[in-house]
Write a protein that binds this ligand. Structure first.
Ligand code: ADP
Ligand code: MG
Length: 474
């Protein structure tokens, strides 16, 4: 990259997304004092946007033109990174969008990714301004590494109609936690004023009132290659991008096409052979009165296919369907996407179906915690998966079974600070790595978090997608 940069000498352009309320609310102050002077010095040009509310960054990156930027930089904690990754994955051009280099300048109370970057660069563990300065320096150097993402399927939100609600899909770069770790994360929100010390206090409070949860944990060890029952690898479905590219009549124009007057819109789509022909298609119509892009989504079953299933079989097939909309609504940029095919979890059956018994390990019982981590750090000072690399293609699972003493659990957390918790030998503590897992909580109440953010409590499954994103690590 150094070589190509010298051939194309132009300043890097970074989009800084600042959450002014992250951590102890000092992000803007640290921008002025530390971040902006350093990146100006490095001759980097930037735009700075302050987030105004939760999901603001997520909506923003769903709409912006990405080629303008050499990187999107999160000036906050891990929560804002989670928003940005999911916003990028919600775009019709997600496959390219998610390749936008992402950086983090730690100003939150949970700075796990920054801690991992700092560690990877060879610096000693640190917090607050020292950590920020290290990360800012690494950002200015600008080296990029591939980053694994983990696709998560959670239960539908309980508020929705349970008959129609579909499982939720989201993308995660850091962790899934159940039990002790997620309880601390959520309960310690009330000690926000303490910065990262909130987790230490939260841990001590939780150890004093130690709980366990019933559940079932299944995982697929890394050596396994997915096979269907007759021994052949499962078929690969085409991704949604290859489908949108196949739009005939639209193919010479961008997906976000401006259509002046459409009453009856006929779309010709090339679909791959093994795609279900009854897959609902959604047409997304931006509302003319709202700034928001994703406001009206109409889901219709595909009318067709017009070709018999034998023609559908080996090669891409032509599928013809009609969508009739009132003329007024379609005046704004319609486009077509298949939202549930982004990208497929080929190691997992649907969440409500049983796992294959072959190749999967299942543990059922009482757990104190289950933690799936894919970065080396769970917090800037919690070196919880020392062997993890940004692009090792692995999920690092730690689970602690009920029966562990408070003293051993405390020793485990202290050892994590030093990155040597593997030295804590206890029959109740296990560390394994995997490519996919499923967690089925059986206790009626509890908390589940993804990247530190609360998700609906219920069955959840995950699969790693190696090197899907890119991270600025210096
Ligand atoms: P911290 O590590 O301090 O929790 P995060 O980056 O994780 O910092 O942000 C915490 C939460 O705040 C995230 O869930 C994020 O979605 C949300 N958020 C982002 N911008 C704002 C804002 N302007 N006001 C309130 N919440 C916000
Ligand atoms: Mg957070």
């Amino acid at each position: 990259t150094e070589f190509s940069r010298s051939l194309l000498p132009r300043t890097r352009r970074l989009l800084l997304l600042v959450n002014p309320f992250s951590g102890r609310g000092q992000a803007m102050q640290w921008c002025q004092a530390h971040i902006l002077p350093m990146i100006r010095e490095a001759n980097i040009s930037y735009n700075l946007i302050q987030t105004e509310r939760r999901n603001h960054a997520r909506e923003l990156v769903r709409e912006i033109s990405l080629p303008e930027w050499d990187g999107i930089i999160i000036v906050s904690g891990d929560g804002l990174m989670h928003e940005v990754i999911n916003g990028l994955m919600e775009r019709p051009d997600w496959e390219q969008a998610i390749k936008t280099p992402l950086g983090i300048l730690p100003c939150g109370s949970g700075n796990a990714l920054a801690g991992s970057i700092n560690h990877y660069a060879g610096y000693d563990m640190c917090l607050r301004e020292p950590l920020l300065l290290n990360c800012c320096f690494l950002l200015c150097r600008g080296g990029i590494r591939p980053l694994d993402l983990v696709s998560i399927t959670t239960s539908p939100s309980p508020s929705k109609n349970s008959r129609t609600a579909a499982p939720r899909r989201l993308f995660s770069f850091l962790s899934v936690a159940w039990g002790f770790v997620s309880d601390v994360d959520i309960e310690s929100e009330r000690y926000r004023g303490l910065g990262s010390a909130r987790f230490t206090l939260g841990t001590l409070v939780r150890i004093a009132s130690l709980r366990s949860y019933k559940g079932r944990l299944s995982y697929m060890p890394p050596s396994v290659v997915a096979t269907t029952s007759n021994g052949t690898p499962p078929p690969r479905r085409p991704l949604s991008r290859s489908i949108t590219e196949g739009l005939d009549g639209f193919s010479k124009t961008p997906i976000h096409r401006t259509c002046s007057d459409i009453n009856s819109l006929t779309l010709w789509m090339w679909l791959g052979s093994d795609l279900s022909p009854s897959l609902p298609l959604s047409v997304t119509i931006p509302s003319p009165t709202s700034r928001k892009f994703w406001t009206k989504t109409k889901t219709r079953p595909v009318q067709g296919p017009t070709h018999s299933s034998s023609t559908l079989a080996p090669t891409p097939s032509l599928l013809n369907f009609d969508l009739n909309e009132p003329a007024g609504l379609l005046r704004n940029r319609p486009f077509v996407s298949l939202p549930f095919d982004v990208p497929r979890d080929d190691l997992l059956p649907p969440l409500d179906q049983p796992l294959p018994t072959r190749d999967w390990v299942t543990i059922e019982g009482d757990f104190v915690l289950v933690l799936a981590l894919y970065q080396s750090h769970l917090g800037a000072d919690l070196h919880a998966a020392p062997q993890a690399r940004f692009d090792d293609g692995l999920i690092h699972l730690t689970f602690v079974r009920a029966g562990i003493s408070r003293a051993t659990l405390l020793r485990l957390f202290f050892a994590m600070e030093k990155g040597n918790h593997h030295s804590v030998n206890s029959p109740y503590v296990s560390h394994v790595s995997c490519k996919a897992f499923r967690l089925q909580p059986l206790s009626p109440r509890g908390t589940l978090t993804v990247d530190g953010e609360l998700v609906p409590y219920g069955p959840l499954q995950a699969q790693v997608h190696p090197s899907m994103a890119r991270l600025i690590v210096g």
